[in-house]
Design a protein around this ligand. Structure first.
Ligand SMILES: NC(=O)c1ccc[n+]([C@@H]2O[C@H](COP(=O)([O-])OP(=O)(O)OC[C@H]3O[C@@H](n4cnc5c(N)ncnc54)[C@H](O)[C@@H]3O)[C@@H](O)[C@H]2O)c1
Length: 640
């Protein structure tokens, strides 16, 4: 049942080099390099670009444009070597990610260009395509190593040269031309190619795109699409450009870039979407990226016909109907640790500011009062920091505080790995009685409501400093207010409140306003540009690993399976309700079709079962249909 490779009967694919194999026009890049080293040649750059564009759009003859460009540029061998280095970094994303396909199908790919072997051969060789499969011109150099002309005997230096060059190959079987330019289309029009793909990954030329007729001439946004349509087995089961990613609420540009670089079809929306608007937008979307202001409700999920995963580009996932997602087999990811460092740094800063009464001194200065005194101002060194909740934030704070010379004690309900010289306390009361500074970092579970009230403040040392950057409901506000007024608490910094304004337009209402040595901040503990960047990177990586490999590490609702890349094999991802018999049914189908299993994982949680099977390629497609039809199946995908 297993196929041997390379596959038989595949069309030969002829790829244009400039703006198709690479993202750029090589001669334009050469002109830029030359003008960068000699500003006097600035005008040459513009001239070269105009000639390139006119030739690509079919407005002037190719031969004329080529001769004129070389005569203007007059590059040396060193200039060509510099050009090669630039081009190596500008290979088209979909070409680069399909290098395995080139390697597996030697001789099935040809590179064609009116450009020159001197810079094309080394670039395509990096991707495993030998120079013998490159159709291109050769430069003529003078005795000083300066290119002065083009080999006129090469058909590619003439108008219509690409048609002649492809025809002269005398290949049997189908020939498929892929390119962005008019001369590429001419290869098909002139009868030398069976099909043509107008390639738009890097540049979309209206005149070329308009040639698409839906049958032999099509538009392809990536090489993945062409390989898929031409039946090439490769790394990707499905052209990524056909998978829709909808990113809302201005998610970080790093995330947008990551999806685009991997070839997915990305749509951006600056703001949040209302339920109604999201219901309309969600149809056909495979990946949805949101932040905290878009609600993914049960109603939205009803219309999510293609949705594979939701990425919360933030910390919390309260805005998402997690149960509904699980029932439909939709994976949910977030970025729980991306702002940890930001919170920790703020706590350290606040600790110093409170210990020195810097905030009150600054307020006095603004009122015209000069109050220079050391009374009540202390170093943090040697003071005891009591951390309540030793999770991601609490434990990092422990490390930074020790670096400041503080003595760290902590209390956590769960068993934790103690870092540095910190000491674990078995009771909250003992910690409260001993700390000079108390910082709360517990999670938001309902039992933590009013964890710190009048009784707890009473147990603290007189003149303690108190910091809460965890959750608003954890501290009883009136008790804190009284403790500050009585001097029991000398200073406090509060970033989170039981009730917080929902927008910047709503007023902040609290009995804490106006109290001395109390720093109030609007829930900004984790709000830094670095945290935003880190959230963008973390969440997009989780989503991409899920899409590309099936990896569910850190998912909020899926059984966690860490998976390697899919290379040289196919991977089935089968997500089902966690009910008896599914695994047996899957194994029966695989045995019946004699699939060669290379690796298998099964992970379950309370509601879901996730089976991952790596198999050798070359199996009947009916096997996939049967796997999809297994009772209890929620989602089935295959990757390659
Ligand atoms: N101010 C902000 O902008 C901001 C930013 C990020 C996180 N946070 C909040 O900070 C808190 C901590 O975040 P994290 O990432 O460290 O969470 P985490 O889940 O990693 O850690 C929480 C820890 O608290 C412990 N815990 C829970 N209840 C406890 C209790 N009653 N007594 C002792 N220990 C208890 C848990 O066992 C856990 O170890 C969360 O509430 C989070 O929402 C606030």
């Amino acid at each position: 049942m297993n196929a041997s490779f390379p596959q038989p009967n595949l069309a030969t694919l002829v790829l244009d080099f400039d703006s198709t194999f690479t993202q750029v026009e090589a001669l334009d890049v050469l002109a830029e390099l030359l003008s960068a080293s000699d500003p006097a040649r600035q005008a040459d750059v513009a001239h070269i670009k105009t000639l390139t564009d006119q030739a690509m759009s079919g407005d002037i003859g190719f031969a004329e444009a080529l001769q004129r460009r070389i005569q203007i540029l007059k590059p040396t061998r060193e200039d060509i070597a510099a050009l090669v280095e630039v081009l190596r970094g500008r290979v088209s994303a979909s070409v680069a990610r399909n290098r395995a396909v080139f390697a597996e199908n030697p001789g099935k790919f040809r590179i064609i260009s009116g450009g020159f072997h001197e810079f094309i051969d080394p670039v395509v060789a990096d991707l495993g395509i030998e120079a013998e499969y490159v159709l291109a011109n050769r430069l003529i150099f003078d005795a000083d190593g300066v290119a002065t002309g083009v080999d006129q005997t090469n058909p590619l230096s003439q108008d219509g040269g690409k048609v002649a060059a492809v025809r002269d190959l005398g290949l049997s079987g189908d020939i498929v031309m892929i390119g962005d330019g008019w001369t590429d289309y001419e290869v098909y029009k002139g009868g030398a190619a069976t099909r043509f793909y107008a390639f738009t990954e890097n540049v979309s030329r209206p005149k070329v795109v308009a040639t698409a007729d839906g049958a032999s001439v099509q538009v392809a946004a990536t090489l993945d699409e062409v390989l898929h349509a031409e039946g090439y087995e490769g790394r990707y089961s499905f052209p990524r450009s056909k998978l829709k990613v909808l990113l809302l609420e201005n998610v970080h540009p790093d995330a947008v870039r990551a999806f685009r670089e991997e070839g997915y079809d990305v749509t951006l929306q600056k703001g949040a979407l209302s339920e109604e608007a999201l219901i309309e937008a969600i149809a056909g979307v495979h990946i949805l990226g949101i932040r905290s202001k878009t609600n993914v409700t049960a109603k939205v999920l009803e219309h999510a016909d293609k949705l594979l995963a939701v990425g919360a580009f933030c910390i919390g996932t309260n805005q998402i109907d997690l149960k509904g997602c699980s029932q439909k087999g939709i994976a949910v990811f977030n970025a729980p640790y991306s702002n940890t460092r930001s919170v920790v740094e703020m706590v350290m800063g606040l600790t110093v500011i409170l210990t020195r009464s810097i905030y009150d001194k600054s307020v006095s200065m603004h009122q015209g009062k000069w109050d220079k005194s050391a009374t009540g101002a202390h170093e943090v060194r040697g003071k005891t920091l009591g951390i309540v909740g030793y999770g991601a934030i609490g434990s990092q704070l422990s490390v930074l505080a020790e670096a400041f010379g503080m003595r760290v004690i902590y209390y956590d309900l769960a068993e934790k790995l103690t870092l540095g010289n910190a000491r674990r306390y078995r009771s909250l009361d003992a910690l409260l009685a001993e700390a000079d500074v108390i910082s709360l970092h517990v999670d938001g579970r309902p039992e933590n409501k009013n964890l710190i009230g009048a009784a707890q403040f009473a147990r603290m040392k007189d003149g303690v400093l108190f910091i809460n950057l965890s959750r608003g409901h954890v501290v009883e506000i009136d008790a804190l207010s009284n403790a500050l007024k009585s001097g029991k608490v000398y200073g406090a910094a509060i970033d989170v409140f039981p009730e917080e304004p929902r927008t910047n337009d709503e007023p902040f209402v609290s009995s804490l306003k106006g109290l001395k040595n109390l720093i109030l901040t609007p829930h900004i503990g984790g709000s830094t540009e670095e945290a935003q960047e880190s959230i963008g990177q973390f969440a997009s990586e989780r989503l991409l690993n899920f899409l590309n490999r099936g990896d569910t590490t850190f998912s909020v609702n899926m059984p966690h399976v860490q998976l390697s890349e899919v290379q040289g094999r196919h991977r089935f991802l089968h997500l089902h309700q966690n009910v008896p018999g599914v695994m047996a049914a899957i194994n029966q189908i695989m045995a019946r079709y004699d699939l060669n299993v290379l690796g298998q994982h099964l992970k379950t949680n309370e509601t879901l079962g996730y089976v991952i099977v790596d198999v050798d390629r070359g199996y009947p497609k009916e096997a996939l249909e049967e796997l999809k039809a297994v009772n209890g199946t929620l989602k089935f995908r295959s990757l390659m």
